[in-house]
Write a protein that binds this ligand. Sequence first.
Ligand code: GDP
Ligand code: MG
Length: 436
Amino acid sequence: MGVRIHKLANELGLDSKELIEILQDLGEEVDSHMNTVSKETAEMVTDMVFEEEETTKDIIEVEDDITVKELAEKIDIAPNSLMAELINLGIMATINQELDFETVEEIAAEYGYQVKSIEVDSDDEEDVFGLVNNIEDDPNDLELRPPVITVMGHVDHGKTTLLDAIRKSNVTAGEAGGITQHIGAYQVEVNDEKITFLDTPGHEAFTEMRARGAQATDLAVLVVAADDGIMPQTVEAINHAQAADVPIIVAINKIDKPNAQPDRVKQELTQHGLVVEEWGGDTISVPVSALKQENLDELLEMILLTAEMQELKANPNRPANGVIVEAELDRGRGPVATMLVKNGTLNVGDPIVAGLAYGRVRAMIDDHGDRIEKAGPATPVEVLGLSDVPSAGDPMEVLEDDQQVRKIAEKRQDQRRVEKLERKAAVSLDDLFDQI
Ligand code: GDP
Ligand code: MG
């Protein structure tokens, strides 16, 4: 038995979203099924939150490579004033110069701050595994792109049926027979506008992607069965979406069932901070039957409407980057990766790195099984040509040439090897102590 997250959050004066973020930062396990944490974890977080409240006021956290500019920001003075202060201490520093800890402490004390040094050892890792080409786009280069949707909800509430129904209602008759194979993502067209659906296997993938900074979803469709109501995984889905700051549209499913109670669902939603529009809130809910394919048009329209307000944009005229949705080793074709292009355009022939894998895009296949040459923002696509099978959630990107993608992938492989060795070493030391 654990402690309920939303109850614990209440006690701490946080919302569930904040609490989950804290837990994730701490690397603590959140039980995905029960939406609980262990008692130990709950106690630790409680201690932490209350301790922080007492003392945070005048403490600034400082990394050991803090520069003049960064320190000035932290203690809220102009960089020039700080440089003048430093001269008083006999230090001639430029704005981007790093400061040693003692100097930082001395300056901070003058302005009434205490300094806490924080380690940045996880930085290396993030650098190695993150995007290489992270240049922001000029706003003038941005164009509207389709929204990317994740369908979430409790098991058996109808996620798969809904995804299938949306896809089926959207393909032409000739195609319908052909779409039996599972795909990790697909796109549909409604009133000439595209919507991309990610068929992520459960919340794990969603959380995993987010934890790696690869947030891929713009909008969550929360499926709640009208005959069953809010269940533990429904709450978990709400928490994840809120933690990721992703808007939620509720699909109240199975309204064809005689024992469906849509109003009860709405009532229960309010207990989790989601008040539907007709009750004065701002949560959109749509009653649907995935099985009977009822009211799916309205759901899709609501998705488009919400997406429109988000003004989702990307720059199609830059080298692509995105995220791996799923990947496997195919006997005949080698590593096959389904990826979502988030920004830029991916072309056949592009040199690409995805997690620890690299290569050139040998061929691309869209969600209808057709070969394509180009894939723009928010397009899901199957890619052949990688050296290896990447993991779901891995970032992918196009770089300059074969050498560069290979170099980056090899650096990551080395880092992964080091981590593995470190883990092994830690384990064998434990063994050693056990034996003593
Ligand atoms: P998932 O676990 O959320 O993916 O749920 P599934 O899509 O596998 O659906 C679970 C069960 O509910 C299946 O037997 C579906 O046929 C059934 N189901 C899904 N949607 C509806 C619906 O709108 N009405 C009814 N009556 N049954 C549904
Ligand atoms: Mg399913």
